[in-house]
Design a binder for this molecule. Structure first.
Ligand SMILES: [Zn+2]
Ligand SMILES: [Zn+2]
Length: 163
């Protein structure tokens, strides 16, 4: 959880500010593993809520589509979002709202921004050799006997499909 007590700001006049320091180790943002989250986030009391602005550095754990191994993807997340205040309007229970006891949970927003940074087809490195289409060996780390064997045209077609 990346939660902060912002109850003083909820009570404050518009224009009041608070600076939050995000500094966590490895954790899971629902369905996304991150190595860390580090940054500074400013919160400003605005007329209709709390404006959250800042930059958070992170490292996302994603799986390579070629070799299927997980790797760390460094990202910079730019936050800019207005969180609604507790009990304001019918949408008060949506993720981007402050809880009724004045807690601000940044995890859903950080998760959303993180997913936007994940490429459609993540690749661990441009040189990734992927998996052998015949025996499934990871060609980045293993050598298999298939390499010298003649490639069956049906496998070649499958290889094109997979990559
Ligand atoms: Zn790979
Ligand atoms: Zn092989």
């Amino acid at each position: 959880m990346i939660r902060f007590d912002v109850s003083t700001l909820v009570e404050a006049r518009p224009g009041s500010t608070l600076t939050l320091s995000v500094d966590t180790g490895p954790q899971c943002l629902t369905d996304l593993e991150v190595g860390f989250l580090r940054g500074t986030v400013g919160v400003t009391r605005v007329e209709d809520g709390l404006l959250v602005q800042g930059t958070v550095e992170s490292q996302l754990r994603v799986a390579c589509v070629r070799c299927l191994e997980s790797f760390d993807l460094p990202v910079t997340l730019e936050l800019e979002e207005t969180f609604r205040l507790p009990g304001s309007g019918p949408n008060a229970d949506l993720p981007d709202s402050v809880t009724s006891n004045g807690w601000l949970d940044l995890a859903p927003l950080l998760r959303e921004l993180s997913w936007l940074e994940v490429p459609l087809k993540p690749i661990c490195s441009a040189e990734c050799g992927g998996l052998c289409p015949r025996c499934g060996a990871n060609l980045n780390t293993d050598r298999c006997a298939c390499e010298s064997a003649e490639v069956d045209p049906r496998w070649a077609a499958l290889k094109d499909l997979v990559l």
